[in-house]
Write a protein that binds this ligand. Structure first.
Ligand code: BT5
Length: 241
């Protein structure tokens, strides 16, 4: 089940049938100086979402984490989350899945979650030392094995070639990494959030209004009764009008 597809990007794959968390393994490799490595697993037993929320990862998924060492200030790292969402959404659409991005890190089909992204980093004030981009795709998994309000590729279009999907995502992400300033526009075209009435929970407050734009490196622009608000991070809910 390893990736035997030709990759354009120079990324080494470390494959595991089962592992606690590909992000944890990638962080270990990153701390040892690795770069251009992809940790890939069929099944995870202790995977994490944001804020240490558990991430269900039964066998048959595409659970992967990429290690990069970009010349980037920490404040620009959110562009990696956007780029990963663009890469995964485009690759999924290529195999017939009607995937759409919900700000900041979810990929949905008809409002049900198909993919989650967890970007982590370590670094100094002016430059990161590494970035780990974790992407979890409910791929060849029965819908009954993922939480409510989640879906799987299998439920949408049947089983797919996971190696080809993985290779497509890695290559697309490589191209996006090389043109970070173009990422927000590519994201907008694949997103369902822009134009929606949203409620965004940030660490400090709740902002409600129409999502009207996305700005580098991943800032959501919300038009509220008190004017435009720019939000760097938070949990977003799409409200029905
Ligand atoms: C995320 O967090 O969506 C990021 C998930 C990242 C997972 C990848 S898999 C490879 C790598 N290794 C890791 O250990 N992690 C990364 P967040 O936005 O906090 O959403 C988490 C919420 O999604 C949970 O609280 C559940 O409600 C829901 N959830 C859990 N498992 C799910 C699944 N398989 N499919 C859809 N939703 C799920």
């Amino acid at each position: 089940a390893a990736v035997e597809h030709q990759l354009d990007a120079s990324v080494d794959i470390e494959y595991h049938d089962r592992i606690a968390s590909t992000n944890d393994r990638a962080r270990e490799l990153a701390a040892d100086g690795a770069e251009g490595v992809c940790v890939l697993a069929d099944e995870q037993t202790g995977a994490r979402g944001r804020l240490d929320r558990p991430w269900e990862s039964p066998a048959g998924g595409v659970w992967l984490s990429l290690v990069y060492r970009p010349d980037l200030p920490p404040s620009q790292v959110p562009v990696y989350t956007l780029a990963a969402a663009v890469a995964a959404t485009a690759a999924l659409r290529e195999v017939g899945v009607s995937a759409e991005i919900k700000w900041p890190n979810d990929i949905l089909v008809d409002g049900e979650k198909l993919v989650g992204i967890l970007t982590e980093m370590e670094g100094e004030a002016d430059r990161v030392s590494w970035v780990v981009v974790g992407i979890g795709i409910n791929a060849n998994i029965d819908a009954a094995s993922v939480p409510d309000h989640a879906t799987t590729v299998k439920e949408q279009v049947g089983d797919i070639d996971r190696g080809a999907l993985t290779a497509s995502i890695i290559d697309r992400l490589e191209a996006l990494r090389n043109a970070p300033e173009d990422v927000p526009e590519a994201w907008r075209e694949l997103s369902t959030t822009i134009g929606q009435i949203v409620r965004v929970e940030t660490p400090g407050e709740t902002v409600t209004g129409e999502a009207v734009g996305i700005e580098f490196p991943g800032t959501l622009v919300v038009e509220t009764d008190d004017g435009k608000r720019r939000i760097a991070a938070g949990d977003c809910e799409h409200l029905r009008p």
